[in-house]
Design a protein around this ligand. Structure first.
Ligand SMILES: C[S@@+](CC[C@H](N)C(=O)[O-])C[C@H]1O[C@@H](n2cnc3c(N)ncnc32)[C@H](O)[C@@H]1O
Length: 263
């Protein structure tokens, strides 16, 4: 299934229920890359603008680029609601970018929860050529909520989802994961310098409605994947969460900002 198709039925849930990255991570990027009114920023794989819109408040011009037009429609709405008017929304993937989208010269490119969809090496090479010296590339991640979540109640959600979807990844603690192609090494290998991973521990609070909405925002647990089982999934999930405790359910998560500078 093409990446765009996987998100087709999930955009509205994504826009509403996927959290942003929080002010400390945004402020870190602002300070590290000296974002100001002269800075041009690309948010590649911007989705519904969870990262693009807060960043735009600190930059002169921002390009939000994503291959999924429905996601971009939600991103536009988010920008309008926030009173942000310095973002140009562009339909395109990392391949489209490399094939000639006119985005430079850039101070910073951010890629939030989307680098795994891209040809990482080719994209970093391309971006370096269009980035000012001392500017950079930043990859933002938060732990995959169901599969790597740290809290017991997340294991319950994972177990319920497992009964309904076929290709949910195994649950694994974030500290135990061994990556085959670590992105910090990739950034260094392509010539970025001062490659740094900064982590921001965060506690997020969730209602049951938000937990259900979050699950439906996941490509492997979307309304399209669940099909006729969707109502039963929701009912089971609500029942198991009611047994597990009271709202709010607290999620302990680390936001990671991995970034490197263009020499
Ligand atoms: C999990 S969402 C992340 C969205 C947003 N950056 C965020 O942090 O919330 C992944 C996004 O990557 C986009 N995407 C998928 N393949 C892509 C590609 N090859 N190039 C750029 N973006 C891509 C999807 O359309 C989707 O909007």
């Amino acid at each position: 299934m093409a990446p765009t198709d996987r998100f087709e039925s999930t955009e509205a849930y994504y826009a509403r229920y996927r959290p942003g990255y929080g002010d400390p991570a945004i402020q870190y990027l602002v300070d590290r890359f000296a974002l100001d009114a002269d800075a041009r920023v690309l948010d590649l794989g911007c989705g519904a603008g969870q990262l693009t819109v807060p960043l735009a408040a600190h930059a002169g011009e921002v390009v939000g680029m994503d291959p999924n037009e429905a996601m971009l429609a939600h991103a536009r709405d988010r920008a309008t609601e926030a009173g942000v008017d310095n973002v140009e929304w562009v339909v395109g993937s990392d391949t489209d970018l490399r094939e000639g989208a006119d985005v430079g010269p850039l101070r910073l490119t951010t890629i939030g929860r989307a680098f795994h969809w891209m040809d990482g090496r080719a994209t970093v090479d391309y971006l370096q050529e269009r980035t000012e010296s001392d500017g950079g590339v930043a990859i933002l991640s938060d732990e995959e909520w169901l599969t790597h979540g740290r809290d017991d109640w997340q294991a319950i959600v994972h177990a319920v989802a497992d009964a309904y979807v076929d290709d949910q990844p195994e649950r694994e603690h974030p500290d135990d994961i061994e990556y085959e192609d670590p992105w910090d090494e990739l950034l260094s290998e392509r010539g970025l310098v001062d490659v740094t991973s900064e982590r921001f521990p965060t506690a997020r609070e969730w209602t049951v409605d938000e937990i259900v909405g979050y699950c439906l925002s996941l490509s492997f647990c979307s309304p399209a994947v669940l099909g006729d089982d969707r109502e039963a999934f929701e009912t089971d999930l609500r029942a198991r969460l009611a047994e597990a405790g009271d709202e709010p359910f607290v999620q302990h998560v680390e936001i990671e900002v991995l970034s490197g500078r263009v020499p």
